[in-house]
Every structure is written in structure tokens, then in C-alpha cells.
Design a protein around this ligand. Structure first.
Ligand code: TYM
Length: 335
């Protein structure tokens, strides 16, 4: 490692391979990942262990893990610059998660809104993994001593818990972990459902019109945008009283770089039809080159395997060092 890279700050982030990524995943997190790799030392992870907290079909999960990695490469993550890996390929994640779970309180985990939401949604499977999920996420981040974690707003609470657990561990056992900062985009940190704009856009939503997938073709994107719920006053303006229009404006703003004032001016007196078509076009313009690249990468199995092998080795080396330190500090017998 050169002195130059040693001085670079480190980034880690992850995404679950529980389905095709949505526009929310893209705007809230993934699109920043490629940009950040210019300036930081980055690790990006397909969080397949996290996916087990909800029932998965094994063959689908395997396939979606490959697809997730291919999609991340297609969005511009360069495996020479960044480390791209699959969580289960680095066993230290599960190992550190156990140690951290033993340093995380039941009360803290009970306050996590994601746990409350998911246990309400999957009432037949409120498993222990769903509850201790934030300890695994803390392990993901702390293993690499990440300085920054680029995520959407819904992950902020997990980041706060990670900091608390790290601080507690440092106080108890001596300084070990870097306290990570969340990196949340100003626009698009919370992309909302196109059908119920008071809810987050989510790939697990039962209504396919509520989300746009990164693999949706141009016609589907246009149709979903046209069907997006707005309101009856027909004016393109943001505000708490206009959640549907505000959401579409945020998407358009995030993808075109235009601020709300210029978007309002652009569509003044034009009604929602023209506006929705423009929003759809801004999405199509960004997604179609990514989709071409995605198809190309996914077809090249040997390349994808090589990237993930290399990622697992590089991440494994870094993670192993932290885990050994931690095991020593907490009193695990070393042979
Ligand atoms: P996941 O897989 O649910 O989502 C991946 C990323 O996409 C962001 N995101 C959104 N951003 C804006 N609007 C939305 N509607 C939207 N939906 C999702 C999420 O905030 C996230 O950044 N626990 C994480 C995965 C994870 C992780 C980590 C992240 C595991 N380990 C370590 C950071 C660091 C999750 O379930 O993300």
C-alpha cells in the first residue's frame, strides 16, 4: 500500500440482493458509490447474509446475488479501484457480528424502526436474525474501520446504533473501532412509493406500480410514471400538501441536477402529463446505458466470478486483521 492510499478515508456500504434494485436504491445510495471511489478507498458489498432475515428461495437468492454484483459493476463500480465482494464470502462478518451482538442491548435493538416494520410485515417469521440484524450491519462497517457509509435515510438509525456499539466497545476494551459517519444525499435520500407517496419506495412492495426497477424497460418506466399518484390541482410545485408531486420533483432533481425552483419554472402552466413524461425520460436516459452494460456483464460469468473471488480475498485480508484484534481483546484463546 502506498502512503497515498493509506491517507485516503475509507468507505463501506452494502445492499441486499432481495430482488432487482429500485430507483430508490439507485438514487439514495448506489449512484453515489461509483462517484465516491475517485476520492476514497471503497468497499462495496452484496449483503446476502442480511437477506436471510426474510424467507428466500435458495436458487433465486444465488442468482440475485450474481445479478446484484453485475448491476453494481454496471453502475460504474470499478473493481480495480474498489473492493466489490459478497458478504458470505468473508466469514469474519458473521464472527464479528456475534461479538457485537453480545455488546448490544435488547432495548437498543427493540427501538429499530426497520425491525418493527419488517416484523409487522412478516408476522409469521419474526426470527432472531431479523432482531439482531443491526449487529451484523455494525460488523460489516466496523470490520473495515470505515469513516463514511453512503446510505439512504432509512439506514440512519442503524448507523447511529453502529456508532454507539463501537464507542461502547472502545470504552470497554480500549480504542479499536473508527466511529463511522453516515453519508446521506441531499436530494433523493428517501424516494417514495409512486402509489402511496407517504411510504418509502421498496422492492418488496406488493404493488409493482409503486416502484421502478433498474431493469424496467422504457415503456414500463413511462407507464409507471404516468400512473404515479399526484393530486388534483395540476400545479408542479413542492410542498407537504403535495407528496406525490414532490416525490416526482425529487427524482427529477436528483437525476438532472435541476433545483426545485427551476423545475417549477420549467413546467409552469403545463400540467402533470408533460411533467410525468419528462420525469420518465430522465430515468430512461440514466437507466438504459446501465441496462446494456448489466446484460453484458451478467453474460460473462468468468469475469464476474473473478471479480468476486478477488474482492473476497482483498476484503477477507482486511477483515481478518480486525477480527483477530477483537478476539484478542475480548479474551478468545489464541493458539
Ligand atoms: P437495502 O438493501 O434495503 O438498500 C440499499 C441502499 O438503498 C437505500 N434505499 C433507499 N434510498 C432512498 N430511497 C429509497 N426508497 C430507498 N430504498 C433503499 C438504502 O438506504 C441503502 O443505502 N441494511 C442495508 C444493507 C447493508 C448495509 C451494510 C448498508 C448491510 N450492511 C453496511 C451500509 C453498511 C439494507 O438493507 O439496505
Amino acid at each position: 500500500m502506498t502512503q497515498e492510499t493509506q491517507r485516503k478515508q475509507r468507505i463501506l456500504s452494502g445492499i441486499q440482493p432481495t430482488g432487482t434494485f429500485t430507483l430508490g436504491n439507485y438514487i439514495g445510495a448506489v449512484r453515489n458509490w461509483g462517484v465516491l471511489q475517485q476520492e476514497y478507498e471503497c468497499l462495496y458489498m452484496v449483503a446476502n447474509l442480511h437477506a436471510l432475515t426474510v424467507r428466500q428461495t435458495p436458487a433465486d437468492l444465488r442468482q440475485q446475488t450474481r445479478q446484484a454484483a453485475a448491476m453494481l459493476l454496471a453502475t460504474g463500480i470499478d473493481p480495480k479501484q474498489s473492493i466489490l465482494f459478497v458478504q458470505s464470502h468473508v466469514p469474519a462478518h458473521a464472527e464479528l457480528a456475534w461479538v457485537l451482538a453480545c455488546n448490544t442491548q435488547f432495548g437498543e435493538l427493540s427501538r429499530m424502526t426497520q425491525f418493527k416494520d419488517k416484523s409487522a410485515k412478516h408476522a409469521d417469521n419474526v426470527n432472531a436474525g431479523l432482531f439482531t440484524y443491526p449487529a451484523l450491519m455494525a460488523a460489516d462497517i466496523l470490520l473495515y474501520n470505515a469513516d463514511l457509509v453512503p446510505v439512504g435515510a432509512d439506514q440512519k438509525q442503524h448507523l447511529e446504533l453502529t456508532r454507539n456499539v463501537a464507542q461502547r466497545f472502545n470504552n470497554l476494551y480500549s480504542p479499536t473501532f473508527q466511529l463511522p459517519e453516515p453519508y446521506i444525499p441531499k436530494t433523493g435520500a428517501r424516494v417514495m412509493s409512486l402509489q402511496e407517496p407517504e411510504k418509502k419506495m421498496s422492492k418488496s412492495d406488493t404493488n409493482a406500480n409503486s416502484y421502478i426497477l433498474m431493469t424496467d424497460d422504457a415503456d414500463t418506466i413511462l407507464r409507471k410514471c404516468k400512473r404515479a399518484v399526484t393530486d388534483s390541482d395540476g400545479v408542479v410545485r413542492s410542498g407537504e400538501d403535495k407528496p406525490g408531486v414532490t416525490n416526482l420533483m425529487s427524482i427529477y432533481s436528483a437525476l438532472t441536477g435541476k433545483d426545485f425552483a427551476s423545475i417549477e419554472a420549467e413546467f409552469q402552466g403545463q400540467g402533470y402529463g408533460v411533467f410525468k413524461e419528462a420525469v420518465a425520460q430522465s430515468i430512461i436516459d440514466v437507466f438504459s446505458p446501465i441496462q446494456q452494460e448489466y446484460a453484458r456483464i451478467l453474460a460473462d460469468k468468468a469475469y464476474l466470478d473473478e471479480v468476486l473471488q478477488d474482492g473476497a480475498q482483498r476484503a477477507g485480508r482486511l477483515a481478518g486483521r480486525t477480527l483477530q484484534k477483537v478476539y484478542k481483546k475480548v479474551g478468545m484463546l489464541q493458539l
